[in-house]
Write a protein that binds this ligand. Structure first.
Ligand code: CMC
Length: 374
């Protein structure tokens, strides 16, 4: 047994997966064999969610059934709605997402049943209810009435409807759908690995997703999309961007929304999301953030050869859509529930307890001295 340490499991292959493939060498990402960009161009989010969970793209009747199931499961229990009304209004929505999924685990009659069929039923409930719970909190914390979900609206349309009381233009909904497709799955990233690690002890899906949400919250992972917006707000104007980013690099600061553990010459999801960010900026007639975006990106590539990751364009896109900054990572959650769930189901199907080793570097063996002699 080698005792060479690979900190951060850098470069270690820990298992097999059929869910997605990240190919940094050709700057590509496939879900179940389909390129994410191709899926963005030809599918709505629900089709991709079905694909990730079931392994194949749905035909029309399979999609209808899947959409009906999701829409039927949107209703929250009265207890959960009461809980959401009682949550501290200044709580971070990621903590609300985490707590909400955990409460759903208390309420779900099938929590303990890890059979594939029960797990799929639970996935549909978590997938349908989490965005509804988040949108309810979006309203509650502003002192507004919770808007009930509508069964005639798609997954994305319903989220807008419940947050803002209206559904925006088709192009905005499409851009939101694209962001959800690009966020849906990304192999053994830290939150997915967390979900699989929790699952490996044969724990339940609500627990695994609760843990995954906690992991996604961190600024080195999903939390980066919020940090990107904070950075752009600090920069304020395009004319300050060049000076700001150079100073940040002189100070050796980590610039959020840049760099990736796997992609070293650009994140495959960025070109598509960048295109939709541009479309949203044009529709909203607001070019400020695009200008800041371009200047910061240019300097990062020229000075550090570090490219943007997907959180860089999603941050300002969600801002232009009207979402509060602390809701950006929760939006990532409502999409990634699909990827996490597919991995949890895959882990259950061929489980092996995840239990790495550590090289001990603490005190050598010593004798305990009794309390009255210390
Ligand atoms: N800004 C400035 N320098 C950077 C950045 C950055 N964003 N990313 C990497 N570097 C530098 C880093 O300082 C290091 O330099 P040196 O070798 O001189 O010490 C070198 O590049 C290698 O970086 P690393 O941190 O060792 O690489 P890693 O693979 O461990 O880190 C990362 C990957 C994503 C944690 C890191 O790039 C980072 O902190 N980025 C900012 C946070 C971020 O945007 N996260 C989102 C990740 S992708 C989407 C998602 O999961 O949500």
């Amino acid at each position: 047994m080698s005792d060479e340490i690979k900190k951060g499991l850098l470069g270690i292959v820990v298992d097999e997966t059929e869910v997605s493939k990240v190919m940094p060498e050709i700057n590509s990402l496939t879900y179940r064999g389909y390129a994410a960009q191709d899926l963005c161009a030809k599918c709505k989010f629900e089709e991709v969610a079905y694909l990730i969970l079931n392994g194949e793209l749905p035909n029309k009747s399979q999609l209808k059934k899947f959409e009906n199931q999701e829409r039927k499961e949107r209703k929250l229990s009265n207890t959960l709605l009461q809980d959401i009304r009682r949550f501290p209004r200044n709580a971070h929505p990621m903590d609300v997402a985490r707590t909400t999924v955990s409460i759903m685990g208390l309420e779900d009659k099938e929590t303990k049943d890890n059979s594939p069929t029960a797990n799929m039923r639970k996935v549909m409930r978590i997938f349908a209810k989490t965005p509804v719970a988040l949108a309810a909190f979006y309203r509650v914390r502003k002192g507004k009435k919770i808007i009930p979900p509508k069964k005639n609206l798609s997954f994305s349309e319903n989220f807008f409807h419940m947050c803002f009381g209206k559904v925006p233009d088709k192009e905005i909904v499409k851009a939101f759908d694209v962001s959800l497709i690009l966020y849906a799955e990304h192999s053994f990233n830290v939150s997915t690995f967390t979900a699989r690690t929790i699952t490996s002890s044969l724990s339940d899906i609500h627990g695994a997703i609760t843990g995954a949400i906690a992991s996604l919250k961190g600024p080195l992972h999903g939390g980066a999309n919020e940090e990107v917006m904070h950075m752009m707000n600090k920069i304020k104007k395009p004319e300050y961007a060049f000076k700001w980013i150079n100073k940040a690099l002189d100070n050796k600061d980590v610039v959020m929304g840049f760099g990736h553990r796997v992609y070293k010459s650009g994140d495959s999801r960025v070109p598509t999301m960048r295109e939709y960010f541009g479309k949203v900026a044009r529709l909203k007639k607001d070019k400020k953030f695009e200008k800041i975006y371009n200047i910061v990106e240019k300097v990062m590539i020229e000075r550090k050869n570090i490219h943007p990751n997907v959180d860089y364009p999603t941050g300002p896109t969600y801002h232009l859509m009207g979402f509060d900054t602390d809701f950006f990572t929760p939006i990532f959650v409502i999409s990634r529930i699909t990827g996490w769930s597919a991995h949890i189901i895959e882990q259950h199907a061929a489980n092996k307890l995840i239990r790495p080793l550590a090289k001990y570097k603490g005190n050598q063996h010593r004798k305990v001295v009794r309390l009255n002699q210390r």
